[in-house]
Design a protein around this ligand. Structure first.
Ligand code: 9MR
Ligand code: ZN
Length: 570
């Protein structure tokens, strides 16, 4: 039997559920285990005794599960739970847990910075030299160069620097960047009070909140990804992933891979959003971002067809897609918010009507971002009048808002049922444990947070808590999926920097991709996880396992959103 708790801990007034699990086959009789579990302070004083309630067999984990709700424990402190000779990892009840977590999650992005030295002052023992500063060339020319049809001197060069390394690899990808920035900029928009702490960045103290300073590093890179004609390169990587070397040791030719309509739509959405968010801090940048967004929107209008070319010679991340309706919708919606021009709203509505289920916040489907933009003033609930929404709404907008709210709420209610059907309280059905399943978990957390702002039902709040609980230890692997957080946190991410920096400790604050129960996995995962392993247990804390244990900017970013929600809606 195992006891699973949120290894970081719980907010004093939030829902608190511990899970007790016994692995067995689905048709075995209920285990004969009973009696009261107890909760003890760090001084060993028992302050609660309670009988765990049988949930029954849980398909995703292959466990027979009991649950214990101990929400009545509201006193701050450190505790353990005991049941039948087993003791949980220690956990804390405290008010600042999620703000402390957010500092780590955001600082992890600083450690992903490309194109600048990370100094000891800001990076401590993880200081490292600058990387990837050599000029880039276009793939379409490089291809000819490789074929001997163009000399090196005939290739145009582009001085593009900066941004965050996407993940455990050193590539930078436009749609992945937009996804992460969308999560974080909206987290800041909806929960600004959660972002007042200094992050010890080189820019700290410049009058701009540090979370925006960090995002600006990515935005400045992204602006450079726009081509003359308003199209936007899909990615900026080498031809193949680097070996496991430090970033400055990866000196392969940097390439600009051809545009995709998703990259253009995402670029427009991100820049138009940034123009609004940064305006109070940097007017010139806001204007630049808006001008860039409008230019690329012109490209989208002139190119209504879906465009994505998979370059088979290039081994770095694909970030392929089958539809760009979501990106086009978001682009239009953000430009509507940034300019108030009604034709953008009409365009957004057209793309909305073409989609089945536009409520996602992942890199492939970012449709939900348009919902955030549309409902922004209702989601902000701020007393700051300068952020208030329009006084009167057009009937088109009113009607669109109602439709979007209905969709969000319906999805949240459906997901509450999914949570109820899972012994661990995670909003994933057993077949949804795919590559980067923690993004799905956190996406759902963000959705619950969104809907809570529209209809403040306690169950939605508890649902956000339970997605974070899953991430931080209430899952069948026994791991906290955030480095450095919890007594049993994963510590061998698939990430070239910690794997090659020679430092024992891993950089804290990174979110693992998590369990992947599909058969699309890396060779070591295949070897370690026999066929039939329950999906929630398809995980290994091994640096080799890129399909189970990589880190990415857009797995940290939804955790930042959820943590900010919990930090500000306590
Ligand atoms: O996060 C991506 C995941 O959803 C896909 O299934 C997987 C395979 O295409 O790719 C993941 O993205 C990787 C990207 O292609 C390159 N950088 C590392 C990303 C995380 O593994
Ligand atoms: Zn780099």
């Amino acid at each position: 039997m195992n006891i699973y708790v949120n290894q970081m801990g719980y907010l004093p007034n939030s829902r608190k559920i511990a899970v007790f699990a016994i692995t067995q086959s689905p048709d075995a009789p209920a285990p004969s285990i009973s009696g009261k579990a107890s909760l003890h302070t760090s001084e060993g004083i028992c302050i609660l005794e309670k009988e765990p309630v049988a949930f029954g067999f849980d398909e995703a984990s292959g466990d027979y599960v009991f649950q214990m709700d101990f929400s009545e424990v509201t006193e701050c402190g450190t505790y353990v739970i005991k049941w039948n000779d087993k003791t949980s990892y220690p956990f804390t009840v405290g008010t600042e847990l999620y703000s402390d977590l957010n500092i780590l999650l955001a600082r992890a992005l600083y450690f992903q910075r490309c194109g600048m030295e990370l100094s000891a002052e800001h990076a401590g023992k993880f200081a490292r030299p600058s990387c990837h500063t050599a000029p880039s060339v276009l793939w379409i020319e490089y291809e000819k160069f490789l074929a001997g049809k163009l000399t090196e001197n005939d290739m145009q060069t582009f001085d593009i620097r900066g941004g965050w390394h996407d993940a455990g690899d050193y590539g930078r990808y436009t749609t992945a960047a937009a996804c992460a920035l969308g999560h974080i900029l909206y987290a800041y928009r909806f929960f600004p009070d959660a972002f007042t702490t200094d992050l010890n960045l080189p820019e700290s103290g410049n009058g701009t909140p540090d979370i925006l300073n960090e995002c600006r590093y990515e935005l400045d890179w992204m602006l450079q990804m726009q081509a003359e004609d308003g199209s936007v390169y899909h990615k900026h990587t080498t031809l193949h992933h680097a070996g496991f070397v430090m970033p400055h040791e990866d000196t392969h030719q940097m390439l600009l891979l051809p545009t995709s309509s998703m990259a253009v739509g995402d670029f427009v959405g991100t820049m138009a959003l940034a123009s609004r968010i940064y305006r109070p801090f940097d007017e010139a940048f806001a204007n630049r971002a808006l001008t860039a967004a409008k230019k690329s929107y012109g490209w989208l209008e002139a190119h209504p067809e879906f465009l994505f070319e998979h370059i088979k010679e290039c081994g770095t991340g694909g970030y392929g897609d089958r539809s760009d309706f979501d990106e086009r919708m978001w682009a239009a919606m953000e430009l509507y918010r940034a300019t108030g021009e009604a034709h953008y709203l009409t365009d957004a509505r057209t793309f909305f009507d073409k989609q089945e289920h536009p409520v996602q916040f992942g890199w492939a489907d970012i449709s939900g971002f348009a919902g955030w933009a549309l409902l922004e003033d209702e989601l902000m609930q701020t007393s700051d009048a300068s952020f208030a929404g329009p006084d009167t709404l057009s009937s088109a907008e009113t009607e669109f808002r109602i439709a979007y709210k209905e969709l969000f709420c319906k999805e949240a209610d459906h997901l509450l049922d999914v949570i109820a059907s899972c012994g661990y309280g995670v909003a994933l059905s057993p077949r949804e444990y795919c590559w980067g399943s923690n993004l799905n978990v956190l996406n759902r957390g963000m959705l619950f947070g969104t809907v809570y702002r529209l209809t403040p039902k306690q169950e939605y709040h508890a649902a956000v808590v339970r997605q974070m609980d899953y991430l931080l230890g209430v899952n069948a692997t026994d791991y906290s999926y955030v480095t450095g957080v919890g007594a049993h946190a994963f510590c061998n991410p698939h990430n070239r920097v910690p794997a090659s920096d020679g430092i024992d400790e891993t950089i804290p604050g990174f979110v693992s991709g998590g369990a992947n129960g599909t058969r699309w996995v890396d060779p070591l995962a295949k070897e370690l996880l026999p066929e039939g392993t329950p999906p929630m247990k398809c995980y290994a804390d091994r640096w080799e396992c890129y399909s189970l244990n990589e880190i990415t900017i857009y797995w940290n970013s939804p955790a930042i959103f959820c943590a900010a929600f919990l930090d500000s809606v306590k």
